[in-house]
Structures are given as structure tokens and as C-alpha cells.
Design a binder for this molecule. Structure first.
Ligand code: SF4
Ligand code: SF4
Length: 423
């Protein structure tokens, strides 16, 4: 990596701790990613992006700010990227996936709170994430109790706007979300010093839909038996989607998909045709959390789909592009975003149906249900998903874990036994 010390210093980062973080990440990435056999050439771009994750991309964001743009950090799929883009902002996903700053976070948060929240807050408190430090403000949401209260903590360190996401998709819930879009729009107009207009929203919708189409195309190739790409690589792409430049990311995914289709024709895959095909379902796997994918794939199985926000939930529906006015565009955005099946909703029957659909479409042999410790909504929803999968004759294993490596051996043993059962 180039020397970005001056840039990081200008962001008031803790350089010593940050340096240690980069060393650890570099080693983990080399072990988990660069050691894979038979990777598609198109993954070189994503390796480059990861190599420059705190360098070149941050430089680009700072250049954007220097030209009068702004950076808005967010933590959830319910925050509409389109409105941020339409006001001259760049949306960045800030969820944390590492255990390094847990102690720092626990100065403000209880110990028994989900690791994603602790990691995200800890990154800000420890000043080791240049994305946090480049962000002008954060947009939180009211999806789960832990996050809802964490915004109050973060607001002491960086302005944090909270969007009310309803927990029921009733008519009143839909009205609330639609009204929240307008409220958010007002804040974004202030930040971008611009009035939002039909043309800007149209462009932003097209940009985001193209990104979603690209990811859907990539996932389509994974339906092939065997998949032409490892689950680990596909997960990495889903993670990079949260911070990379959108047109460049979309073009790189489309190029990779072209290569994957050729690999399918030639019968090239990192897996044997007989490798069990696994769906990972549940909580998001946020960068640099590659733990479950790595364990499953080094145990001889192939992860072929992620029913998660770092997976299908990110791209599965498009925003209607036929709106004729700004009002209609906001309606279309509300419809699309409220079609996401997150466990924070009640009831959430559509998610179970979707999991069964994916199991069929991706020819899944078994489901690993991934929940983060203390994530009550995904944990509780397991019973319903397990029942539906068992009735459909699809084996399922629930793994409840955190961001440490302490349980890796135990998880490996359980995954191996699960794969044995599937075989
Ligand atoms: S799991 Fe739910 S709350 Fe978490 S990022 Fe996804 S949509 Fe948002
Ligand atoms: S993983 Fe669960 S508890 Fe953690 S932030 Fe997401 S919804 Fe909330």
C-alpha cells in the first residue's frame, strides 16, 4: 500500500492502533483469500480494492468532499442510498465485523449486546476506521433495540440522524416509512446544499438498480452445479458493495460474471461437483467477518447463496424506474425498501418463503443459520425457519457466534458433523 500516513493523520486517526489493525487484516486476508485455488481472474480487482480499503478509496472520498460533496455513513439496508446520491452525497456502509475494539465499546455499551453493534461503535471510539472519520454524519435507524440506543452513544462523537423504520408492514407502517423518506430528504438537502429533484433521483435509482442487477447476475452463476466461484469470494464482493465507487464496482462485477459464465461452459470450479451446497441464512457477515464461510468451505462444502444483507437482501428487488414525478419516485423507493425481509419485522412470513425459494433455486443441500450472539430477532425467528425447512426435508444447522476466533474449533466440529449428515 502507498504511504497514506499523512491522510490518516489529517483524519485524526489513532495511527499505532490502525497500523496493528492493517497488519492483522493483511495476514488474515492472505490466509483466507489468497490461498484459495482456482480463483477467477476477475477477483484481482476485489483483492486490489481490499488492499486499498483504507487508502485509495478514502482518498477518493476526501476528494469528493473537497469538491463540495458529503459522505453519509449508514448501518442498514433500510437507509436509501438513492436519496444520499441524489443530494451529492456518497453512502458508505459502516457496520463493523471485527472484535478488535470490543473493550473500547464496552466502556459505553453493555457486554451482552450484539458484536456488530459493539464493533461499529468501537471503531468510532478507537478512531481506527477512516470511513467513520471521513463521514460528515451518520444515518442510523430504529430496526433493533441495540442499534436504536447505540445511535445515542455515537451522536456524542459524530452527528447522527435517526430514521424511524417501522416494525410492521401495515398501511400505517408504510405511511411512516414514506414520511421518514421525506424527513430524511430534508436533512440530506441541507447537507448537500441542494434541492432534490426528479432528474437526480432518477439517475440515482438507475445507478443503484444497475448495481443490484450486476449482483443478481453474479448470484445467478452460483446456481450452476458446481458453482464457478467460491462462497468466500462472493461474500467479499457483497461486502465491497457497501463502500466501493458504484459505477466501477458494477462494471467489475459484470466483467467477473462474464468470466464466470465462461468457466461454467468450460466446467471450471473451485469445488468438486459432489461438494454439498450450503445456504448461509441470517445475520449479515460484515467485513472482515469471513469466519463461517471459511470454516464451511475448508470443510469441503460450497456456500452457494447468502440469505442476508450481505447477500440476496441487498439486491433482490429493484426500484420501479417508471415514475413520472418526485412523489411517485418516493412511493417507489418506499415500496422497494419495505419489501426487504429483515427479522426486525413482525410478522415476517415472507422471509421463510424466500428461504425455501432460494433453497430450490440454488439447489441447496443444507442451510447454516447464522446468528450473532444477542441478536434477538434473528435468534427467535430461527424456530419458524427451522420448522419450514424441516417440513421441506432440508437439513438445517444453527450457529450462534460472535467475532472472536475462540469458538472456531467447536464450530468446525459441528459443521463437519452436519456435512456428514448431508452426505
Ligand atoms: S439485518 Fe436488518 S437491521 Fe441489520 S442491516 Fe440488514 S436490514 Fe438492517
Ligand atoms: S445483527 Fe441483529 S442485533 Fe445486531 S445490529 Fe443487526 S439486527 Fe441488531
Amino acid at each position: 500500500m502507498n504511504n497514506y500516513d499523512e491522510m490518516w493523520k489529517s483524519l485524526n486517526m489513532d495511527l499505532d492502533t490502525h497500523c496493528k489493525l492493517l497488519d492483522v487484516l493483511g495476514q488474515v486476508y492472505a490466509d483466507i483469500y489468497l490461498n484459495q485455488d482456482n480463483r477467477p481472474e476477475g477477483m484481482e480487482y476485489f483483492d486490489f480494492v481490499v488492499g486499498e480499503v483504507h487508502g485509495l478509496r478514502i482518498k477518493e472520498l476526501l476528494e469528493h468532499k473537497a469538491k463540495g460533496g458529503f459522505i453519509a455513513g449508514a448501518f442498514c439496508l433500510f437507509v436509501p442510498d438513492e436519496l444520499i446520491l441524489a443530494t451529492g452525497g456518497i453512502p458508505i456502509g459502516l457496520c463493523g465485523g471485527a472484535d478488535l475494539t470490543t473493550a473500547k465499546a464496552e466502556e459505553f455499551l453493555p457486554r451482552n449486546i450484539c458484536p456488530l453493534i459493539k464493533s461499529s461503535v468501537g471503531f468510532k471510539l478507537a478512531r481506527i476506521c477512516p470511513y467513520f472519520e471521513s463521514s460528515d454524519f451518520l444515518i442510523g435507524e430504529t430496526t433493533c433495540d441495540g442499534k436504536k440506543k447505540a445511535w445515542e452513544v455515537l451522536n456524542n462523537f459524530i452527528p447522527t440522524q435517526v430514521m424511524h423504520v417501522p416494525h410492521m408492514k401495515t398501511e400505517s407502517g408504510k405511511r411512516v416509512y414514506r414520511m421518514e423518506l421525506e424527513r430524511l430528504m430534508g436533512k440530506l438537502e441541507e447537507a448537500g446544499k441542494t434541492k432534490i429533484g426528479f432528474e437526480q433521483v432518477k439517475k440515482a435509482i438507475e445507478l443503484m438498480n444497475n448495481k443490484r442487477r450486476a449482483l443478481a447476475g453474479l448470484y445467478e452463476t452460483r446456481k450452476h452445479q458446481p458453482s464457478p466461484i467460491s462462497g468466500k469470494d462472493a461474500l467479499l464482493i457483497s461486502q465491497v458493495a457497501f463502500y466501493d465507487d458504484i459505477p466501477r464496482f458494477t462494471a467489475s462485477v459484470n466483467k467477473l460474471t462474464g468470466e464466470l459464465n465462461k468457466r461454467i461452459e468450460k466446467g471450471i470450479s473451485p469445488f468438486a461437483r459432489t461438494a454439498p451446497r450450503i445456504m448461509l441464512s441470517g445475520c449479515p457477515s460484515v467485513v472482515p467477518n469471513w469466519k463461517l464461510h471459511h470454516i464451511i468451505e475448508t470443510s469441503g462444502a460450497s456456500v452457494v447463496v447468502e440469505e442476508a444483507c450481505t447477500g440476496t437482501r441487498y439486491f433482490e428487488t429493484l426500484v420501479d424506474e417508471s415514475s413520472a414525478s418526485l412523489n411517485e419516485q418516493l412511493d417507489a423507493l418506499a415500496r422497494r425498501y419495505l419489501s426487504i425481509n429483515c427479522s426486525c419485522f413482525t410478522p415476517n412470513n415472507e422471509r421463510t418463503r424466500q428461504i425455501l425459494d432460494y433453497a430450490r433455486e440454488y439447489h441447496v443441500d443444507g442451510v447454516v443459520y447464522n446468528t450473532l450472539q444477542f441478536c434477538h430477532t434473528y435468534n427467535i425467528e430461527y424456530t419458524r425457519v427451522e420448522k419450514a425447512l424441516k417440513e421441506a426435508g432440508i437439513p438445517v444447522l444453527r450457529i450462534e457466534t460472535d467475532y472472536t476466533a475462540e469458538d472456531a474449533g467447536q464450530i468446525q466440529t459441528r459443521i463437519e458433523a452436519f456435512l456428514e449428515q448431508i452426505r
